[in-house]
Ligand binder design. Structure first.
Ligand SMILES: Nc1ncnc2c1ncn2[C@@H]1O[C@H](COP(=O)(O)OP(=O)(O)OP(=O)(O)O)[C@@H](O)[C@H]1O
Ligand SMILES: [Mg+2]
Length: 386
């Protein structure tokens, strides 16, 4: 929409010249023959710019008009038209908030150029103000989000501790019960009671693992890399994990291919690095199909240190890529999904990798499989030599 300008001058012919010139330049123009008339118009309409003569008969001259406009419409710009003898008053009007002045007689091209510059400047100021307001809004939203995150963490920590105490009592009682079954129970009851105790033990262990996962997640949000820090061999971790997870992948007939072109050692905490990789390998097994394949590849090159874990599972739609790293996020509905879990694995993994200076990215094709790649910064020559 064309910008609106109010031209104010008691000289009828100059008023007409300005009006026509500015209209030709594409502006919407209104006119006023005195300061008083101009004030009335400004009260009823929000102009982008008021272009006013300095010396006008009546109570409201150019300087007074600048003050009135700035009081009533602070965002409306004012340009003063002045003859050379009144230059000092024109300069004074700048102090009252006028954007600029133009000395009569002027060419209409100079007038439109000054008007254009003023309106561009106004637009820029508006854009900056909008950007600033948006930044404030964003900062406020971020602070709010941080508060919610802190509340969530505090709640999780509390919940886990509250569950841990009764669970340890339950596990201790189970041990006593196991002892009674083995040593005090007549033989004919032993076998069935053993089964019940085993079932209770399995359930308690699973619950314990879930609580430990929750606690580990809360701890990770609060702390940095725990001590001790050592040089951790990533290939060794992968091979140990795959071996340890045999009960998960053997029944699904999943095969593994592990290859590292060179040793990859990351300086960090062995336990949490193992935990990060465990979640990825576990996902690659659980979300894989029967008879699927998992390829673990380590690349230690001058330009890149990368570790990828690829599976031949159901895949992840691209729209989910950023969400799966959020805590408790799971793609499939909790009630219909076939795989257990809290939805903390990838959030935990990402946090651990980032704590070690790396990043994790996902690529996937629905129906074909998923690859998670961990990238660690390549040591600069000076660091490498040190
Ligand atoms: N390799 C994969 N293939 C397909 N989908 C995956 C894969 N890894 C993760 N996902 C999807 O991302 C979601 C989040 O994964 P994440 O590991 O964080 O949680 P989870 O496995 O559901 O539970 P948890 O790891 O806490 O036991 C999963 O529920 C699953 O929908
Ligand atoms: Mg998982």
């Amino acid at each position: 929409m064309a910008e609106t300008i109010l031209v104010v001058d008691d000289d009828e012919s100059l008023l007409e010249v300005c009006e026509v010139g500015l209209r030709v330049a594409g502006f919407t123009v209104a006119t006023a023959a005195s300061g008083e008339q101009a004030v009335k118009k400004v009260e009823t309409q929000d102009f982008d710019l008021v272009l006013s003569d300095l010396q006008m008969p009546g109570k409201i001259d150019g300087n007074a008009l600048v003050r009135e406009v700035k009081m009533k419409r602070p965002t409306t710009e004012v340009i003063i038209m002045t003859g050379a003898p009144s230059l000092k008053s024109a300069v004074d009007s700048l102090k009252d908030g006028a954007y600029d002045y133009i000395v009569k007689p002027f060419h209409v091209d100079d007038l439109t150029a000054t008007v254009r510059r003023c309106l561009d400047h106004r637009q820029l100021r508006k854009d900056i103000a909008t950007e600033r307001a948006m930044r404030h809004e964003l900062e406020a939203a971020y602070t709010e989000l941080q508060k919610v995150e802190q509340m969530k963490e505090a709640f999780l920590a509390r919940l886990s501790h509250e569950l841990k105490t009764p669970l340890s009592e339950f596990q201790m009682s189970l041990q006593l019960l196991e002892d009674v079954v083995e040593n005090k129970l007549p033989d004919q009851y032993k076998s069935s009671m053993r089964n019940f105790v085993t079932m209770a033990n399995t359930g308690a262990k699973r619950m314990n693992r879930t609580i430990m996962e929750l606690l580990a997640f809360v701890d990770l949000q609060r702390r940095g890399v725990p001590e001790p820090r050592v040089d951790v061999d990533m290939e060794k971790i992968c091979r140990t994990l795959v071996d340890r997870m045999r009960p998960l992948w053997e029944p699904k007939k999943i095969t593994f291919d592990i290859s590292f072109n060179k040793t990859i050692t990351i300086n960090g905490n062995y336990d949490i690095l193992t935990c990060a990789l465990e979640h990825l390998v576990q996902n690659a097994i659980l979300f894989n199909k029967e008879g699927g394949r998992v390829v673990i590849k380590g690349e230690n090159r001058a330009s890149r240190i990368g570790l990828s874990i690829a599976d031949t599972g159901e895949g992840i739609p691209e729209t989910e890529f950023s969400k799966i790293f959020d805590s408790f996020y799971q793609i499939a509905n909790y009630l219909t999904r076939k795989v257990d879990g809290l939805g903390l694995g990838l959030a935990t993994t990402r946090r651990i990798i980032e704590l070690h200076g790396g990043e994790i990215i996902v690529s996937s094709k629905v129906g074909e499989g998923t690859t998670f790649t961990i990238l660690f910064p390549v040591a600069k020559p000076a660091e490498a030599a040190a």
